[in-house]
Write a protein that binds this ligand. Structure first.
Ligand code: ADP
Ligand code: MG
Length: 244
């Protein structure tokens, strides 16, 4: 495949800032205030957890931060840049180079090896499978999957699949990581491993990591934890206090 020579933005530590973000959904007569004026700042090298029940607006908030859907009001800034009004092309570049995304399902491509599943982003960026594999193999080894590179997705355990997702998210050295219920399908030992791994990568890479979860175990691993209820933070910890 011919390299596509995608230009990657300069890598530097970034703040992730939510400023008065609002998203309301109308279904018939009813208005659901999924996110209701939320402000939060996450510094580089910090893992912040939002802890909230189902329906409290966690996934909506992450979709907005990932430039998948726009808010009705407010902004999300990464390194001072508004990511809620990017063109489609810039949003795709943002998701490829700036963002790492981890979700609950660990939705890997069936029939495809751990190595190739983790290599998707560098493949999209560079157009070379060989280069993409070279990029992610050491990362998979560091995440304890060195012996699983050639194993197909469906032969991996749930915990291994989640680590492949983490490798995929980190493959292009992102500035921001968004994790939506990353331990939702894991037992407590595997959950702890995933939280510890995310915390360590956040600190060593200087990532701004936002993890949303209803798993209370996250609290002991994050640098700050906030409660989310009906699209609003119900406390104001030190991170929230940083927001304007
Ligand atoms: P969580 O991830 O915390 O479970 P969500 O962000 O998925 O919460 O949902 C928050 C609220 O917004 C819920 O009441 C949900 O039903 C509603 N909601 C989310 N997406 C949509 C949508 N596309 N259309 C209508 N309502 C939605
Ligand atoms: Mg959700």
């Amino acid at each position: 495949m011919r390299p596509c020579r995608a230009r990657r933005p300069e890598r530097r530590p970034a703040l992730l800032e939510f400023r008065d973000v609002r998203k309301h959904y109308r279904t018939g007569e009813e208005v659901v205030r999924a996110v209701d004026g939320l402000s939060l700042t996450i510094g580089a090298g910090k893992m912040v957890a939002l802890y909230g029940p189902s329906g409290s607006g966690k996934s909506t908030l992450l979709r907005i931060a990932a430039a998948i859907e726009p808010p009705d009001g407010g902004t999300v800034l990464v390194d001072g840049r508004d990511v809620t009004s990017l063109s489609e092309r810039d949003a795709a570049r943002y998701r490829l180079f700036v963002l790492g995304w981890i979700n609950q399902q660990a939705d890997l491509i069936g029939g495809v090896t751990a190595l190739d599943n983790a290599a998707i982003k560098p493949l999209a960026a560079f157009g070379s499978m060989r280069r993409a594999r070279r990029t992610v193999a050491p990362l998979l080894e560091r995440l304890g999957l060195g012996g699983r590179l050639d194993h197909r997705a469906e032969t991996l355990s749930t915990g291994e699949r989640q680590r492949v997702m983490i490798a995929r998210a980190l493959a292009l050295d992102p500035q921001v990581v968004l994790a939506d219920e990353p331990t939702g399908n894991l037992d407590s030992r595997r959950s702890r491993e995933v939280f510890e791994l995310l915390r360590e990568e956040t600190h060593t890479r200087g990532l701004a990591t936002l993890l949303v979860t209803h798993d209370e175990r996250a609290a002991s691993y994050a640098d700050a934890v906030h409660s989310l209820q009906d699209g609003l933070l119900t406390d104001s910890g030190p991170e929230a206090a940083l927001a304007p």
